[in-house]
Design a protein around this ligand. Sequence first.
Ligand code: NAP
Length: 509
Amino acid sequence: MTGGPDLTVVDAASAPAADAARVDADAVVDQLVDRAARASRVWGATSAAGRATALRLVADALDDSAGSLISIAMRETNLLEGRLKGELARTTFQLRFFADELEAGQLSQATIDHADVNWPMGAPRPDLRRHLVAVGPALVFAASNFPFAFSVAGGDTASALAAGCPVIVKAHSGHVELSVATAAVVTTALRAVGAPEGTFALVTGTENGRRALLHPALKAASFTGSIAGGRALFDLAASREEPIPFFGELGSVNPVFVTRAAADTRATEIAAGFLAAVAGSSGQLCTKPGVLVVPAGSPLLAELQEIQQLETHRLLNARIESGFERSLEWLHGNPKLTTLAHADGTPAGARGLSLYSTDANTFLEHAAELAEEHFGPAAVVVTYNDEVDQVRILREFAGQLTVSVFGEEADTAIESVRELVQLAQEKAGRVLWNQWSTGVSVTYAQQHGGPYPATTAPATTSVGAAAVFRFLRPVAYQGFPEALLPDGLKEANPLGIPRRVDGAVGVTR
Ligand code: NAP
């Protein structure tokens, strides 16, 4: 790799009020994006092996700093140590996972069509060679609820860096100290490996995020957070003279449907799994099941009514606490809902699990409001009499990250269950059978996305190997001499990567 070592963590650009300070902050943000644009050519052209080495070094450095990072995270986010340790391990795994993907040569999707005068289309086929290249500087809006895995060095940053895009992270205001500390670790590691100046930077401050998003040199942005915030930023990205892709993950209720047979057979197990999924991380997961649809009169409902309070902890920050208080005010005492459990706040500021129920007809009549996300440890149970009601209920939901169905073997032949599963894949990016949606494994086949408002880009994922494709764009070379082709598309395949040649998949020639 080439380039200077001067990677700077910038958190000084957070100046809020005074006009003069704003002007200064704007200049700093502009400078950062300009630097990222300059770094883009070098980082984008850095070999896959070079980028893989850099990602691994960042992962190692984060592991080495685990103790101090986790203690800051505990203080700033109220999340528990075990959860944060697991999350950091997931984060460093993710960086190494993308390093492996780079080395496997999978990311460029090189495709070669040799010229063919007999191409049956009716006209000769020219020599065409297509691969993916980095889109350019990317802005990552870090999430509040995953201070490691969806934050400064999280999946968006890892996949953008793997793609060859310099990254500017907009720190989440809920964990600024952790963001600055994590950015320092990332910066030092990238500096050690000789990444070009401008490959990575951090900004804090809401206005600075907007400024960076509007900078003409920026080429893509990603986001995890609220529907209101994500939509505002998506609209801002689209309003630019050159609109850029905005990969926002906004909101999801993740409904769960339980067939009568499953409720009769596994009431205790399903009730316990549901309560654990709602209470985990105090309900602050984008994949928390927010609505459970169960047969009326089933033992499952009785199990839920016997609710044992599970351990929850204080919510992430004051903004999320006040949002959840508003949710509870709306849910509690709502004439359309019956309260199954309503937890008061503890002296330590935690909220227990709150559960409310309604019947299918009421839900269907008021679906626009009852199918809303409530970020925190609360959920709504909907009872149905007719199995087909499950399909009617799911129809009312907007785009989701996940839809889960709990059923028995015999259910797979029931028409309404098959229709439910068919509808689930229309509504969601991930459909689960007898599993809870909360865990999102980092794998090759993972899909974490879905139709709006789950995301603003339903063809993409923010978790798993395919997350990198958000930051790549295809280029085809037509009729080029060998000497001018990029290595990945040269006839001799000097990189030895798998390619699709004349339609045949996975060849290494
Ligand atoms: P948020 O308020 O949308 O903030 C996310 C990021 O976007 C922050 O960096 C924030 O900046 C920035 N931002 C938001 N609105 C903006 C605007 N109009 N202009 C410029 N920047 C803007 O999300 P949050 O704080 O993480 O959580 C709030 C709610 O989001 C939760 O209660 C929950 O409903 C939802 N949420 C959903 C998911 C999910 O995965 N679907 C995850 C987390 C949260 P600042 O930090 O500077 O304000």
